[in-house]
Design a protein around this ligand. Structure first.
Ligand code: RIB
Ligand code: CA
Length: 308
């Protein structure tokens, strides 16, 4: 693990979601981020559950001081489809969480504008874990504020890897292809973390116990066991890869690719395609999978070490 640097100021845009939950818990626990707030988006589950799950995860970590802002209830133009088959009817696999200790005040995009305009330009990163609807609305309606963003690190897409919705399309980009296209073309300091790497970051059943040892680690072990569902030997930790890239970029290998998003009405809507005239995008195409799991375990239990 690299030496702890000054915590990066981040906003997490999320649709929790079990892998989102692991990512949020890691971000709150690892000591490498100053989490300014969470903005929620409809995706794995509807906007109300996505927002409630965010509030309850923060309550479970005694971090109800972190604000949550409710975002887009549906994609820019399409219908969207919840992933209850993976994340359960409540989006959290039936996990028992405390009730929210705060409320989601105000709406997401307006709050993002306030945060970006009040902070020094480039000082706030956005970690996007769901469909990119909120980020696209920010780019479309508030371009000056969007330009003040630091890094935008996005979990989404598949380049050479098969999709998880269509043969080529990945869930976050397939849910809101127009939003993905708008964000990729916005000229931001964007890094995409696609299925090509996230599918190689997997906790195995025998590793779950090693995550335990702190409030965050214990909760993550419970969540990952639920995420496995019945009979699965493992599941990829898609969204935690965004946080891991943000603080341990050496675990990943980046390529710069000219890409476009399929915005057709066809079965591959949302697919990333190599397109010579497309904008050059930084894409993580390689990862040290075991190293990523070790970094996750290390970060989840940071508080335990510092209290020793
Ligand atoms: O394709 C994986 C992505 O879709 C992850 O963000 C997961 O939470 C789901 O939203
Ligand atoms: Ca997600």
């Amino acid at each position: 693990m690299s030496a702890p640097a000054t915590p990066r100021r981040v906003i997490i845009d999320t649709d929790p979601g079990l892998d989102d939950a692991v990512a949020i818990l890691y971000a709150v626990a690892c000591g490498r981020f100053e989490v300014l707030g969470l903005t929620t988006v409809a995706g794995n589950i509807g906007i109300e559950a996505s927002t409630s799950n965010s509030l309850r995860l923060l309550a479970a970590m005694a971090r109800s001081d972190v604000p949550v802002r409710r975002g887009a209830a549906q994609p820019l133009r399409r219908g969207g489809a919840e992933l209850t088959s993976i994340h359960g009817d409540d989006g959290m696999g039936g996990l028992t969480l405390p009730p929210p200790q705060a409320q989601a005040q105000g709406e997401a995009v307006g709050w993002l504008v306030e945060q970006l305009q009040s902070a020094p330009a480039g000082s706030v990163d956005i970690l996007a874990l769901g469909p990119l609807t909120n980020i696209a609305l920010l780019v479309r309606d508030h371009p000056d504020a969007a330009a003040r963003m630091g890094r935008l690190i996005v979990m989404g897409g598949a380049v050479d890897e098969p999709g998880n919705i269509g043969a080529r399309s990945e869930y976050n980009f397939a849910t809101d292809p127009e939003a993905a296209q708008m964000v990729l073309g916005a000229g931001l300091d964007l890094t995409v973390i696609p299925l090509d790497v996230t599918r190689r970051v997997r906790v195995l059943p025998g590793q779950i116990a090693s995550l335990r040892g702190s409030r965050a680690g214990d909760l993550c072990a419970e969540i990952i066991a639920l995420y496995f569902g019945t009979g699965r030997e493992s599941r990829p930790l898609h969204d935690p890869c965004v946080m891991l890239f943000a603080v341990e970029p050496g675990l990943f290998g980046l390529d710069t690719l000219s890409l476009a998003v399929d915005v057709s009405e066809g079965p591959e809507a949302g697919a990333l395609v190599r397109y010579p005239d497309g904008p050059p995008i930084k894409v993580a195409m390689r990862v040290d999978g075991p190293g990523a799991i070790e970094a996750l375990r290390h970060g989840l239990n940071a508080a335990q070490r510092s209290s020793c």
